[in-house]
Design a protein around this ligand. Structure first.
Ligand code: 5AD
Ligand code: SF4
Length: 425
């Protein structure tokens, strides 16, 4: 999401600025930030300290901090981090030219006003750090779910969807430039909802189909889905269109019904497993991944075992795993106690990680001998003679270069695997 937002920022500033690869030669330094866990914020604070040397060498350098950390900490951040000249929250990017001007004039510059309608829908993002093959398209912003542990509804504001016409226009432009893959992005893409003037409703299932129909050569992905609204009609669309990837990231967070209730996830493990069964029934080869939080408030050993059981039952291809991190202002921070001791969180985290590594290896081993279509994304880090790309299920596959170019579709057969990668001919 921050990559996509930074591309919007680059477009907003493109009349007056160009992207530099060497920070030493920059007049303006922007950092886009994440607040979802404390360690993300600590990394930014460390980066700000490192920047001091750059600013010392070039006192004219303007330093701005963007995104969720600006939104969460507001003006107070300017007094805490003296290196900052201005801050801008996620809905304030159109005002960046003024903020930069004010900051250069020595004014205290900040804008952290959240909007109920901003989607930057008329702005064509500048894909300054892309591979020319794959791009993100932001289709909605904000979140109304208020999971009790999560700061996102406070930092990114209310949920709002972008006009489908502008989404299709952006996708078509990417196709015209030779892009082969788009990922439709939102905090919760399944609740995408647009009312046309004639009162027809475009939901996410309808939108993804419209994007897929633009070109059979374009792969379509999406992230992230909330289990509560992963509908049969969406699963059917994924099954129906060859170019909508057989891949669903479906964050479960915990396998324990008690924890899910406390997290306000509004589903239980039975419901979640029923959705997984529906996915597997309609898309038998679907890649499924998840997000997991260990050590949430009051998590018992039994709750933790339920999470391990859930992982085993679904057999996730991969997972993003996190230790619970208290976020000020959330319901969990206000009303619950962060009472799982750090060593216990660490031990449970290791158990979840170890299990996931085994599940990933087993999942990859099941693919040995299978043939996949891979979209070539680049040259392998380990060898110039090897390329890498991903299959529809979002697994990374490395294979010999032969005559293939970046952006081609290659047909490969998996010969070996590690826990992280499939190796193919
Ligand atoms: N602590 C730990 N992990 C969190 N996530 C969100 N908030 C927190 C938190 N306070 C995780 C969830 C979410 C992912 C983006 O980050 O798993 O799906
Ligand atoms: Fe946070 Fe829950 Fe919204 Fe995801 S759905 S962004 S975890 S509040």
């Amino acid at each position: 999401m921050n990559v996509a937002d930074s591309e919007v920022v680059a477009a907003i500033l493109s009349d007056n600025y160009q992207i530099m690869t060497d920070p030493k030669s920059a007049d303006l330094f922007l950092m886009n930030t994440c607040s979802v866990r404390d360690n993300a914020e600590q990394r930014i604070r460390k980066r700000l300290r490192e920047l001091a040397a750059l600013k010392k060498r070039n006192p004219q350098l303007i330093v701005g901090l963007l995104g969720c950390m600006a939104e969460r900490l507001k003006e107070r951040l300017l007094s805490e981090e003296h290196i900052l000249d201005f801050i801008a929250g996620p809905d304030a990017y159109r005002t960046l030219p003024t903020l930069i001007q004010d900051a250069s004039d020595g004014k205290h510059a900040f804008n952290v006003i959240l909007s109920i309608q901003e989607t930057y829908d008329d702005i064509d993002p500048i894909r300054y750090d892309g591979n020319g093959v794959s791009a993100f398209i932001s289709i909605m912003r904000g979140c109304n779910n208020f999971c009790t542990y999560c700061v996102v509804p406070y930092t990114r504001g209310r949920e709002r969807s972008r006009n489908p016409k502008t989404i299709l226009h952006e996708a078509q432009q990417l196709i015209d430039k030779g892009y082969k893959e788009v990922t439709l992005l939102g905090q919760n893409v399944n609740s995408y909802h647009w009312n046309e003037e004639d009162d027809t409703i475009v939901d996410f299932a309808a939108l993804i189909e419209m994007v897929a129909l633009l070109s059979p050569q374009l792969r379509v992905r999406f992230a992230t889905s909330h289990p509560k609204d992963i509908s049969d009609s969406l699963i059917e669309k994924i099954a129906k269109h060859e170019n909508i990837c057989s891949y669903i990231h479906l964050p479960v967070q915990s396998g324990s019904d008690r924890m899910l209730k406390k997290m306000n996830r509004v589903y239980d493990s039975t419901y979640y497993l029923e959705r997984i069964a529906a996915i597997k029934r309609m898309i038998p080869d679907c890649g499924i991944t998840t997000d997991l939080i260990v050590g949430f408030c009051d998590e018992t050993e039994e709750d933790h075992q339920d999470t391990l059981k859930m992982m085993e039952t679904v057999g996730y291809n991969s997972a993003y795993m996190f230790k619970y991190s208290v976020r000020k202002g959330t319901k969990a921070a206000n009303d619950f106690e962060d009472n799982v001791p750090e060593e216990m969180k660490a031990r449970r985290f290791d158990e979840v990680l170890n299990l996931q590594q085994r599940l990933a290896l087993e999942s990859n081993q099941r693919d040995v001998g299978k043939t996949f279509t891979v979209l070539v994304e680049g040259v392998s880090k380990k060898s110039d003679e090897q390329l890498f790309g991903r299959n529809s299920q979002n697994k990374v596959i490395v294979f010999p270069k032969a005559n293939h170019q970046i952006g081609d579709y290659a047909t490969v057969t998996v010969t070996r695997c590690t826990q992280a990668t499939l190796l193919a001919d």
